[in-house]
Design a binder for this molecule. Structure first.
Ligand code: SAM
Length: 244
């Protein structure tokens, strides 16, 4: 069937691809992707060969037009480097343009790091606000946290290892009483999920610089309290002892 197929791919564990995703990637005329090397590896792992076309939301109108011309007469897949396209990844403009032209859009669900983290950390999951990446600059980061302080939902951020400590420090300043979760390397060999006060987690990651991909969660106001002062001291000592 012609149309645009949004295909989620694994976020680390190659077993996390659906049968429907495999069948679709096998039958499409082309695969629009962020990085042909990354997607090429996935296709190779699946034993598939497909025409790949580079695409992101900064692509020219002409590129988007070309993709939609394909999707109008043949099936076209959109994948990102990992996880669900459009979730802090390209695709939104392409989906919008497809809908405007009356091209059928089908979404094949699969992993997304935000949801995996939320199901792992034990923070309230009935309401959550996904806020993408925090800004890299101190002032802008603090402003976003201040703006989100009143939101009665678990906050979910994407994070990078080099920036984790700065973000935890900012949360310790702006939202010191919130329980925080750090979910790292989800679905991979060294998967880890830690929860605690922002101060305790800062101390831990100062002593153990993190590697890999990270989702940061912040409990809603008034939810499960962050550990008491005594616990923080104990955690700090444990973190420092572990660093030796
Ligand atoms: N579209 C992807 C999804 O659905 O999860 C997210 C793409 S975004 C550009 C990349 C960010 O997602 C990383 O910086 C990290 O915050 C998060 N992420 C992706 N894979 C992850 C994993 N295996 N463990 C933890 N976080 C991950």
């Amino acid at each position: 069937e012609p149309g645009l197929y949004i295909v989620a791919t694994p976020i680390g564990n190659l077993g996390d691809i659906t049968q429907r995703a495999i069948d679709t990637l096998r039958s499409v005329a082309a695969v629009a992707c962020e990085d042909t090397r990354v997607t090429g590896k996935l296709l190779q792992h699946l034993g598939l060969r497909a025409r790949m076309i580079r695409y992101d939301d900064h692509a020219s109108e002409a590129t988007r037009d070309h993709l939609l011309q394909i999707a109008a007469t043949e099936p076209l897949a959109l994948v990102s480097d990992a996880g669900t396209p459009l979730i802090s990844d390209p695709g939104y403009r392409l989906v919008r343009a497809a809908r405007e032209r009356g091209i059928a859009v089908t979404s094949l669900p699969g992993p997304s790091a935000a949801v995996v983290a939320l199901t792992l950390a034990g923070l309230p999951s009935d309401r959550f606000l996904f806020a993408g990446f925090l800004p890299g600059k101190d002032k802008a980061r603090a402003d976003v946290l201040t703006e989100l302080a009143a939101v009665k939902a678990t906050l979910v951020f994407y994070e990078t290892a080099p920036r984790l400590l700065d973000s935890l420090t900012a949360i310790a300043t702006v939202l010191p009483d919130r329980e925080v979760g750090v979910a790292r390397e989800l679905t991979k060999r060294f998967e880890e999920c830690r929860t605690g006060s922002p101060a305790a987690l800062s101390a831990h990651y100062a002593a153990h610089p993190p590697k890999g991909e990270i989702v940061l969660l912040v409990a809603p106001p008034g939810a499960a309290a962050a550990p008491a002062e005594a616990d923080v001291d104990a955690l700090l000592r444990a973190a420092l002892a572990g660093a030796k």
